[in-house]
Design a protein around this ligand. Sequence first.
Ligand code: 15L
Length: 272
Amino acid sequence: MTKVALSGASGNIGQVLRPALIKLGFGLRSAGGRRALTPLTPEEEVCHGDMRDAAFVDRLLAGVDVLIHMAGTSVERPLPEVIENNLRGLHSVYEGARRHGVRRIVFASSNHAVGMHSVATKLDLDCDLRPDGFYGLSKVWGEAMTRMYWDKHGIEGISLRIGTAIERPTEFRHLSTWLGNDDLVQLITRCIVAPDIGYLIAWGVSANTRSYWNNAGAIRLGYQPVQNSEDYVAEILRQPNPLDPVAQRYQGGGFVTIDYTPPEQRPPRIGA
Ligand code: 15L
C-alpha cells in the first residue's frame, strides 16, 4: 500500500483530500500546523508541528512514499513570513524527504507564480514565470526546488499550479481558475499513482471553457477533469465582478493590486 503524507491537512484543500484519500485506500499520515488533528479513522495517523523543525519533519515522513505538500502561507503576506514558511519550511521538509527516502513530492504551487500575465493570454506550461507578489515568488522558489530535488537527488516531483480550489465558483475570475473538489481528488490521486513521472508541472484546474491555461501536460498524469465552471455561468454573470479594473486585467486577480505601483507613479522608461 502506498504510504502518503499530507501536510497542510487542516487547510481548505487538506480538508477535502483527507477523507477522499482514506476512502481510496491510501495509508495516510496527515499533518496540521498549530492545532492537533483528530484521526478520521482508526487507520489515519496524525501529527502537527512546524515544518522548520527537523524532528517534526522526521515524524511526518518516516516510511512515506509520497508527500503531498500543501502546508505553508497560502495568501499574500509580508516577505519575512513568506520566507520562513514557504522558503525555509520547504527546504526543511525536502531535506527530510531525502533523509527518509521519500519517492515523490507533489508540491502545491499556485497560479500566482504567473499571476502578472494578462487574462487575454492562454498560457502553456513553459510560459514565463511572472509572480504577482511575494507569495507567488515563493511558489517560483518551490517549483525550482522541486525540480532540483529530482535532478540532484532523484525524488520525483510534480509542481501543481493550482487555480481556485473551492467547492463551487462564486465570481467571474473563477470561470477561468476554478478547480472543483472532484477534479482536485482525481488530480491528486493521479499525482500519487501515475508511473515514471520524473519531474513535471501541471495546472491544477478543472475543464473550464474559459480556462487561462492549456493543460496538455496533464495527459502524462492521466488527469481528465470533468468539472466545468461554465455550469455556474448564469448565476455568476448576474453578480457584479468584485475585482477592481486593474485586478480584472491580470490572471492573479486581487493579488496583483496588493502593494501595486500604478503606471503613472512608475519611473519613466530609459529612452522613452
Ligand atoms: C491561491 O494560491 C491561494 O492559496 C488561494 O487562497 C486563492 O487565492 C487562489 O490562489 C486563487 O488564485 O484563487
